[in-house]
Design a protein around this ligand. Structure first.
Ligand SMILES: C[S@@+](CC[C@H](N)C(=O)[O-])C[C@H]1O[C@@H](n2cnc3c(N)ncnc32)[C@H](O)[C@@H]1O
Length: 390
């Protein structure tokens, strides 16, 4: 185990000095159900003028480590001591992951999770590691982007030359390439949703829960700016962010509409394809977002499952004959995945289940639903299902 050295009156853990540890503890104290860790970090780090980028990175690492290892910590101790303990556990896990037995790894998530999904040791072990940062280069430009940015590794495979792991330390949001719209930060499993939709140039698609447009922009790119993607969401501020991202990327084959998920669609247009990337409990992102492990509640899951079914039911009348409907959620609970798809198939027997190619394993037989598990792909967990209209 890595030891904590106290020298010359100041704590030191790797680069984390006592001052940084205290700042990390202050941010941990500010986190709560209404203030996710990344928002608390943004607020606090912005207010700290003169903090170096390296210090900011150390503080973020300490805050994320605290939430990743919360199940192990001695809660009777003061917060800075707990943060420090979490950093030690993080270092020990990085050095010897196998020294954490299965019985102990169960502490990585709250007990209620086992009642909602299959909890395997492989998943728990993956959750405790550092998440990979994925980039999506514009179509066909992965190699050039990797040369520009350095420290990139392509996922490999048919589409996958444009999906890059970023291993460097640059602030990507400040790079010229980012401002020129040459890439987006987008997890591999989210990129997989775009490839599963596989819209063709000239088609008309509806991205019904478009949010800030991660998948809208990918669909537009796959359509080579030909045809149209209708992007709707109930949050106008998210659609405003989508427009800013689209302008940066030089993407124009889309339009935005507010839609609150009600029975009245935002347009009378009928679509070749509809993507419902529904709001969900986000358990598939818990490696990247460990704070959410402790704020998500089982009651949220039942409520979200009801919303997911409603959203799907309300888009179905907008499918053209023969059109495809794709459902995706970055979660792995039964209630939000197979129970939703089974309910939709039962309520709409005219829809044919559509077997999907797994873009991350293209030689595997087509399947619906499609599960992407973090431990298999080194990215967020994702569930997808497809149907075809008669
Ligand atoms: C998983 S996020 C979408 C992420 C987005 N597709 C992307 O790739 O960046 C789900 C979105 O559903 C939206 N949403 C939540 N409830 C909704 C509702 N009742 N009607 C429409 N959209 C809703 C949220 O505002 C959120 O943007």
């Amino acid at each position: 185990m890595v030891s904590l050295a106290k020298g010359a009156g100041a704590w030191h853990y790797g680069q984390v000095t006592e001052k940084l540890l205290l700042m990390a503890a202050k941010i941990v104290a500010a986190c709560g159900p209404a203030k996710p860790a990344d928002a608390a970090l943004r607020t606090e780090l912005r207010s700290q003028h003169g903090l170096s980028r390296d210090d900011g990175r150390e503080i973020s690492g300490a805050v994320f480590a605290y939430h990743r290892w919360l199940g192990w910590l001695d809660r009777s101790k003061k917060l800075p001591v707990q943060v420090h303990q979490a950093l030690q556990l993080d270092a020990a896990f990085r050095e010897r992951p196998e020294s954490f037995p299965e019985s102990e790894l169960r502490q990585a998530v709250p007990d209620w999770v086992a009642g909602q999904m299959e909890v395997t040791t492989a998943w728990l072990r993956e959750l405790q590691g550092e998440p990979v940062l994925w980039l999506r280069a514009r179509p066909g430009t992965g190699l050039d982007l990797a040369t520009d940015l350095c420290d990139c590794r392509a996922a490999g495979g048919k589409h996958l030359g444009d999906a890059l792991q970023y291993l460097g330390t640059q602030d990507l949001f400040r790079t010229a390439g980012f401002h020129a719209g040459k890439f987006e930060l987008q997890d591999l499993s989210s990129q997989a949703v775009g490839w599963v939709c596989a819209p063709k140039p000239g088609e008309t698609w509806w991205d019904a829960c478009a949010g800030e447009g991660g998948k809208t922009l990918h669909l537009c790119d796959l359509m080579a700016n030909k045809g149209r993607v209708w992007a709707s969401d109930k949050a106008g501020w998210r659609l405003d962010q989508l427009k800013r991202r689209a302008a940066r990327a030089g993407v124009f084959n889309y339009r935005t509409e507010l839609w609150n998920g009600g029975a009245k669609p935002p347009t009378k247009t009928k679509f070749d394809g509809i993507l419902v990337d529904a709001p969900c409990s986000g358990i598939g992102t818990w490696q990247r977002n460990p704070h959410a492990r402790w704020t998500t509640q089982p009651a949220d899951i039942a409520e979200l499952a009801a919303l997911q079914k409603k959203l799907l039911a309300h888009v179905i009348p907008s499918l053209k004959p023969g059109a495809r409907l794709i459902y995706s959620v970055c979660t792995l609970t039964r209630a939000e995945t197979t129970e939703v798809t089974e309910a939709i198939s039962a309520e709409f027997p005219q829809l044919k289940p559509l077997p999907l190619v797994n873009p991350l394993s293209p030689t595997a037989p087509r399947a619906t639903p499609l599960w992407l598990w973090p431990q298999d792909i080194g990215a967020n967990g994702m569930f997808m299902a497809g149907w075809q209209a008669p």
